[in-house]
Design a protein around this ligand. Structure first.
Ligand SMILES: Nc1ncnc2c1ncn2[C@@H]1O[C@H](COP(=O)(O)OP(=O)(O)OP(=O)(O)O)[C@@H](O)[C@H]1O
Ligand SMILES: [Mg+2]
Length: 455
């Protein structure tokens, strides 16, 4: 794990010094800050899990700082430092999200106890998160075909090592799911899984995304930014669509792979990281090498363990299982309208070629569920949906139906964003351009569980 810090923010030098000594004696690393600016700099530069915050700072209102901290960094716990006369303020602070408060004069025992409390709560949270994530993702990997069984076995074996993996498969076959599964089944499961889709971001930004930059490295670099390699430290980095990575970046990536070291853009400091690399592509990398689009040396470095996910049309026996699984998910969310499928309706689904693979199958099942006019799904209805003939006929829907249609699409979009951002509420809300509180409300309304990833 990245080194974790405690910040002491107090305008009195003596208090900062004393607290630093006490906390360091307990074996933690401490940064001191005299005001909000210094506090925020510390948080941006380091991985901070706890802030001791004086509620009455010279020229600044600790309560406002607390509110801002809890909004921007909900995962960082705050313990308020307060004088005797201001205990009611401290109580208010706990309502704003402070974990606890300590009173001046400072008592060593109380400080160390409150840190221990936080460590304990955090360890429970982590454990909970991991357990839930584990069952969540394993349950989700459906399939009994020989190919999928082999992949499941391989994932277990590959999880034991740090070897590089390249996952090959057509669109929507589950490459990302397999990458996450490998991470969850590895000793890195407790640490981060970060991903970069090399095809989705402009070539010019890939480098700063991966390696970060120093303040002033270019016009808009107002502060230092860590790259994904640093953020993934002791965890896993998932390089999606690696076949689309520009050649120039391939050379830079190769260098990091060879010596495990890099520098931030505009920086001089050599950074060493311990990161496991998993890549995925829907391209044939050997062909890309012949075409001059992919570096052969990078290919040999990365392709240590290749995993091939076959398209759905080559493992038709998994289709009924997947349908059952997607329906059971709808049922869990109380959205299931379908009662049953006619056997020949299932046959139609089984014999469809599924160019968009599992993602497409899932979308079609959702669509059938929303649009199917009766409890039983017929062969004719499935065919019309697959041929794209059944469009939403707005006129035939009353208001209630439209609402449920809209909500089911909204829910779908939120779910997919949550997954994309690894259940990070702040990022998901940003990407949907809504407030965090609004997102929470929607999660509640749609009964979306966060799997303990955020409380
Ligand atoms: N074996 C499976 N069991 C259940 N769900 C699956 C399975 N494989 C894939 N899915 C689901 O199908 C969808 C697409 O999977 P995923 O995003 O992992 O595919 P991908 O290969 O990365 O797609 P793309 O090439 O479009 O990036 C996801 O919702 C995923 O959860
Ligand atoms: Mg993908």
């Amino acid at each position: 794990m990245e080194k974790q810090y405690i910040v002491v923010c107090d305008d009195e030098y003596d208090i900062r010094k004393l607290m630093k000594e006490i906390i360091e004696d307990e074996g933690y690393s401490v940064i001191t800050a005299a005001n909000e600016d210094e506090l925020l700099t510390a948080i941006k530069m380091h991985s901070v899990f706890l802030v001791f915050l004086d509620i009455i700072l010279e020229n600044e209102n600790g309560m406002d700082i607390l509110a801002r901290l809890k909004k921007d960094y909900p995962d960082i716990e705050v313990i308020i430092i307060t004088g005797h006369g201001t205990i009611d303020l401290a109580v208010k602070a706990t309502k704003l999200g402070a974990f606890d408060f300590i009173t001046k004069p400072l008592k060593i025992d109380y400080i160390s106890q409150s840190i221990k409390k936080i460590m304990y709560v955090n360890s429970l949270k982590n454990e909970n998160k991991m357990l839930k994530q584990k069952t969540f993702i394993q349950d989700e990997f459906i399939g009994e075909s020989d190919e999928i069984k082999k992949i499941k076995d391989l994932v277990k074996v590959v999880g034991q090592s740090d070897s590089k993996v390249v996952i090959y498969g057509e669109n929507g076959t589950g490459k990302e799911l397999v990458a996450r599964l490998i991470h969850i089944n590895s000793h890195r499961a407790n640490n981060r899984f970060v991903e970069l889709n090399c095809a989705a971001i402009p070539a010019t930004l890939i480098e700063s995304e991966l390696f970060g930059y120093e303040k002033g490295a270019f016009t808009n670099a107002f502060s230092q930014k860590k790259g994904l390699f640093e953020l993934a430290s002791t965890g896993t980095i998932f390089l999606d669509e690696i076949g689309d990575m520009p050649l120039e970046m391939q050379a830079k990536l190769l260098r990091v792979i060879q010596d495990g070291k890099f520098t931030r853009i505009g920086g001089v400091e050599t950074i060493t990281v311990d990161v496991r690399i998993i890549a995925a592509t829907n391209k044939n990398l050997e062909e890309e090498i012949t075409k001059g689009n992919f570096r052969e040396d990078l290919y040999y470095r990365l392709n240590v363990i290749p995993i091939y996910i076959p398209p759905l049309r080559k493992r038709k026996e998994d289709i009924p299982l997947l349908i059952e699984y997607f329906l059971s998910k709808l049922k869990n969310n109380n959205e299931l309208r379908i009662k049953s499928f006619d056997p020949d309706a299932l046959e139609v689904l089984k014999s469809f070629p599924w160019p968009g693979n599992i993602r497409q199958l899932k979308n079609i099942i959702d669509r059938i569920n929303i649009l199917n006019p009766s409890d039983v799904v017929t062969r004719e209805f499935v065919s019309s949906i697959l041929e794209g003939k059944t469009q939403i006929d707005i006129d035939s829907y009353n208001e209630a139906d439209l609402k449920s249609l809209r909500e089911s699409y909204e829910k779908e979009i939120i779910m997919s964003r949550l997954k994309k951002f690894n259940f990070n509420i702040t990022k998901t809300a940003q990407s949907l351009d809504i407030e965090r509180t609004n997102l929470y409300k929607k999660l509640k309304r749609y009964g979306i569980q966060l799997n303990g990833l955020e409380e």
